[in-house]
Design a protein around this ligand. Structure first.
Ligand SMILES: [Zn+2]
Length: 209
């Protein structure tokens, strides 16, 4: 069931690998079917070049398996995806990556401040969710408050979560977070001081790039 949606998840997961956003089996992706409310999600521990729709699980909002054709389990960060959908009824796509520049900010527990206008793409801010162990409910709980103010947040010492109206939208935001983090880092090195933040009010007239 939901074959077209499974194909979409596989396509985005492979795109993320090819674009360098995710490496070495890290990162996971899901979407929510608007009709059934089921979550369609990537598995744990499969190299993305080997990934097929058979490995994509369908679960309900409580994580119960509705359909799984192969023996692989859904991603170990399933709880993060589920809580994102519970917190934000308006979203239908979630990306979790360990993209390098953004994760460097997460390691330093440093918010990626809006220093270029692309930040409008994901909600201007990228708050940091406090460190908890991967794969735990405690980790999932940390993203509730950040997702109330932005479509992107950092997981301290870990990675990035973005959400969107669909999976393409969440993926685009993950790319923008990484781009802004890289520009921030390079500006910091180049100027040898913190880049200046763009004032909040200057974003009012800026549309999604
Ligand atoms: Zn992770």
């Amino acid at each position: 069931m939901l074959q077209v949606l499974k194909e979409k998840v596989v396509i985005i997961a492979k795109k993320a690998e090819n674009s360098g956003l995710c490496k070495h089996k890290s990162g996971n992706f899901s979407l929510r079917d608007p009709e059934t409310g089921y979550i369609v999600i990537t598995p744990s521990g499969i190299a993305r070049e080997m990934l097929t729709t058979r490995d994509i699980a369908i679960v309900d909002l409580d994580g119960n398996i509705i359909e799984l054709e192969s023996r692989v389990k859904p991603t170990s960060e399933l709880l993060v995806h589920l809580i994102a959908y519970k917190t934000r009824p308006d979203i239908h796509g979630v990306c979790h990556t360990h993209s390098r520049f953004a994760t460097a900010f997460a390691v330093q527990s440093k918010e990626i401040m809006p220093i270029v206008f692309e930040a409008v793409a994901y909600g201007i801010r990228v708050p940091v969710a406090k460190y908890e162990r991967p794969g735990t409910q405690a980790l999932a709980n940390t993203i509730v408050e950040p997702l109330k103010i932005s479509d992107a947040c950092l997981l301290e010492k870990h990675g990035v979560v973005t959400v969107g109206k669909d999976l393409d939208d969440a993926y685009l935001k993950a790319q923008y977070v990484e781009d802004v983090a890289e520009i921030y880092y390079r500006a910091l090195v180049l100027g040898q001081k913190e880049p200046e933040e763009i004032p909040q009010e200057d974003f009012h007239s800026v549309k999604h790039p």
